[in-house]
Design a protein around this ligand. Structure first.
Ligand code: ADE
Length: 402
């Protein structure tokens, strides 16, 4: 639901085959529609024609094979969609997405961006494509943002199949559509690696065993095994997704400089978004601050960055408060966790504590069990009822050298 109680996302689809889109009544997207989370409306392009044959195409100027979709029905259809703005959409206009093999590649990142829009309109082209003046009308007369988007490097007969795929990928990211938001974070592509292999009961099937590590109950070993599997799969199937940072190269830790600020800002967002999901709030400084805040923090703290293969893969910052050495913003990119990098950054931050320090302290999310486990192993203990601890966090301390 949006804040005003209306659907979180309105989707209009214009097609000459509206029945093709009937699949949007099914499964999770169908349920999200029933639950009022998605408002999906399908329009028949032929309803905007005025001749007996309901003509939507004609031969191309300049010659060439095939037919081109006419500007007039498309313009009228888009005018109609825009005019049907519900009261919950205030002065919003739809972002027009036109599927086509000549578009920008549709990715998980694009799905995530589009899931944040209040209103999307999809124009399903057929034949060779749509008269170019329709795009101009949409941009210049209707003031729409227009994106041509491709599902992949192959040619479909029309945009309908692409719209089904895109609406599913976008719709499932709308809050509430998938019950367990954490399951979204752990998926293929969400952090740049493919998913690890999955197994369920029975333990032995047709003489094939579940890998014994998954039955060991050793969570750290299971996480390490899954990470290796993800890397191996990504290397085998999608080597284009792997970066040098996934190899065996050295991690170098260095003092942050202003040129690190843009990457640091992105790193903080990538790391704290999981904290936001756990705590069901976006009101976390690492998420709300901008480039200027990160730049300013380089003057008030000592910030360290870890790089591997040139990529920023982690960070930590320290500051002195009296005789306390405070460690903050300890973070590792999601796809390289569970490999000791967080521990290395923590030890680095501890090792830089000046003489005369009596305590080393840090705060972490009360629900961040992996972090809490690492800090306990490193000798930190939770201080109950510590003052000035942000909501949802706990304060931990230890003595230097322990
Ligand atoms: N229409 C035709 N081919 C397409 C593709 N590859 N992606 C999206 N829409 C299309």
């Amino acid at each position: 639901m949006s804040e005003d109680g209306g659907p979180a996302l309105r989707i209009d689809v214009v097609s000459i085959f509206p029945d093709y889109l009937a699949a949007l009544d099914l499964s999770l997207i169908g349920k999200a529609r029933d639950d009022g989370l998605l408002d999906v409306r399908v329009h028949d392009l032929r309803d905007f024609t005025h001749d007996r044959h309901r003509t939507v195409d004609d031969t191309p100027y300049g010659g060439g094979a095939g037919m081109v979709m006419k500007a007039q029905p498309w313009a009228e259809a888009l005018d109609h969609v825009v005019a049907q703005r519900g009261s919950n959409l205030a002065d919003a206009r739809p972002h027009l997405v036109v599927p086509g093999p000549g578009g920008a590649p549709f990715t998980q990142a694009m799905a995530r961006q589009l899931a944040h829009e209040p209103w999307l309109a999809f124009a399903c082209g057929r034949y060779e494509g749509i008269d170019e003046r329709v795009y101009e009308h949409a941009r210049e007369t209707l003031g729409l943002e227009v994106s041509v988007v491709s599902l992949g490097d192959y040619v479909l007969n029309g945009g309908e199949v692409a719209v089904l795929a895109m609406v599913e990928a976008i719709g499932r990211l709308v809050p509430g559509v998938i019950g367990n938001a954490e399951s979204l974070v752990e998926e293929s592509h969400e952090d740049g690696l493919l998913e690890y292999p999955l197994y369920t009961k029975p333990r032995e099937w047709n003489g094939r065993q579940v890998p014994p590590i998954l039955l060991s109950g050793n969570h750290a070993a299971i996480a390490a095994w899954r990470h290796e599997q993800r890397l191996a799969r990504t290397a085998a199937r999608r080597p284009d997704l792997l970066h040098a940072s996934h190899g065996d190269g050295e991690v170098e830790i260095a003092a942050a400089t202003p040129s690190d600020v843009p990457e640091l800002n992105v790193l903080f967002k990538a790391c704290w978004v999981q904290e936001a999901l756990l705590n069901d709030t976006l009101d976390i400084p690492a998420l709300t601050e901008g480039l200027d805040d990160v730049r300013a923090s380089l003057d008030t703290t000592q910030t360290w960055v870890a790089r591997k293969g040139g990529r920023l893969v982690g960070a930590v910052r320290t500051s002195r408060l009296g005789d306390d050495w405070h460690i903050g913003r300890l973070c590792v990119v999601p796809d390289l966790r569970g490999r000791g990098l967080g521990r290395r950054l923590l030890e680095h931050a501890e090792a830089t504590a000046p003489d005369g320090i009596r305590t080393i302290s840090l705060d972490t999310g009360a629900l961040s069990t992996d972090n809490l486990r690492m800090y306990r192993k490193s000798g930190y203990r939770v201080v109950p009822d510590a003052p000035d601890v942000p909501a949802g966090a706990v304060h931990l301390t230890k003595r230097p050298g322990r």
